[in-house]
Design a protein around this ligand. Structure first.
Ligand code: ADP
Ligand code: MG
Length: 370
């Protein structure tokens, strides 16, 4: 068959192609050389968006689509893989379902939009019973009810290894309400919701207790006193109430992102998107006492958990200095620093008064796994 415009570059192959583009061939680039974000950038270069259909494509927490009405539609998707994103030896199916929905709604919130619907696709190996999958869906249903979103479809498949869950979330907002990662300016205030590092602290405890249990199944997990951090890991919430607060207080942040990979990585995303630097203050970064206790138990600086732990699903955003009074009195919102000129980098003012560069390292699937 001759190549035409539509299939140019995709020509019939003779013979099997297995392994031709797999690892082990030294002429090829391992994915770890690019990392997750480098790979996304390379792949996204192949796609241009049509402005008649799409307002914003790849590169933010959600895409923004044209809509004939006043409100634009936002779309975001995430995939969760057993053994990579979750460990079923300690997260119950119901919690997993809840968390899968929340993680996606959080991306819609990060655009200052109101989520309205989700689709859920699952693939499972034959190790899973109907009852187990029903439990997963009980958690999904609970989250849908709590956040007022409809489950409107999905897909179901078998899998050769474990459980895969993919959720797509949709939301609505007017063009004026939508907040991207690229709208911050020098001197804007940097703010976060809630407290940071708790979900990672919870994970550390769960992993430790799993190891103890594996070594001696007669010993039951010791989880007393760790309730808050474990709850933050197993049953996170999306900050829809912050989006409501913004509407009530007539605040439209200049830029925003949700904290799924850690404050450091997300702040770098905002700075890169907005072409700014930033300074944040160690003493202003909100952390729960239990998170700090867990950090001490593991001999980790508490700040490491706040900066580099993931899955908090809090919101990181910027507002202009003129909004200081508006955000300063809002409960659950903390001003932690300000944006600077881009040349100044992304830095932390420590309690002792030193300025240190913040590495962007958050969770990168390929760099961490390799
Ligand atoms: P988030 O952490 O907010 O879910 P990601 O870091 O996963 O965002 O993704 C960053 C951006 O890259 C998003 O706009 C996302 O839609 C896009 N993206 C991620 N993976 C792919 C892919 N395989 N193909 C196209 N776009 C992708
Ligand atoms: Mg996000």
């Amino acid at each position: 068959m001759e190549a035409n415009c539509e299939n140019a570059g995709i020509v019939p192959q003779s013979g099997f192609v297995i392994n031709r583009s797999m690892k082990g061939n030294e002429n090829l680039t391992p994915v770890s050389a690019l990392g997750e974000f480098g790979l996304i950038e390379r792949l996204s270069g192949k796609f241009a968006i049509n402005p008649e259909k799409t307002i914003r494509g790849i590169g933010d927490d959600a895409a923004v689509l044209q809509n004939s009405g006043e409100k634009k539609r936002l779309l975001s998707t995430d995939i969760l893989i057993e053994g990579v994103h979750f460990d079923l030896s300690f997260i119950p199916m119901q919690h997993l379902g809840y968390k899968a929905i929340v993680a996606n709604l959080s991306d819609i919130c990060a655009m200052n939009a109101v989520p309205d619907a989700v689709t859920v696709s699952i693939a499972m190996s034959n190790r899973f019973s109907v009852e187990a999958i029903e439990s997963l869906y009980d958690g999904i249903a609970l989250a849908c009810k709590k956040y007022g979103v409809d489950l409107v479809g999905g897909d179901t498949s078998s899998s050769v290894s474990g459980l895969v869950i993919s959720v797509t979330a949709s939301g609505l907002a007017t063009e004026k309400e939508i907040v991207y990662r690229d709208g911050a300016g020098t001197n804007d205030l940097v703010c976060v919701t809630g407290d940071l590092g708790a979900a990672f602290a919870g994970l550390k405890i769960l992993q430790r207790e799993k190891t103890v249990f594996m070594n001696n199944p007669d010993i039951q997990p010791e989880l007393d006193g760790y309730e808050y951090v474990i709850e933050r890991n197993m049953k996170p919430e999306a900050r829809t109430e912050t989006i409501d607060l913004f509407r009530e207080s007539k605040i439209v942040p200049g830029s925003m992102i949700d904290i799924s990979d850690g404050l450091a990585s997300e702040l770098h995303h905002l700075c890169r998107g907005s072409k700014t630097g930033a300074v944040i203050y160690e003493e202003k970064i909100p952390m729960d006492a239990q998170t700090k206790e867990v950090a001490a138990e593991f001999n980790l600086p508490a700040m490491t958990l706040a900066l580099h732990g993931g899955e908090d699903y809090e919101l990181l955003f910027t507002v202009g200095l003129e909004d200081f009074n508006k955000v300063n009195h809002l409960s659950g919102i903390h001003i932690i620093g300000h944006m600077t000129d881009p040349g100044e980098g992304v830095r932390l003012m420590t309690r002792s008064g030193g300025l240190v560069e913040i590495a962007s390292s958050g969770w990168d699937h390929f760099r961490e796994v390799e």
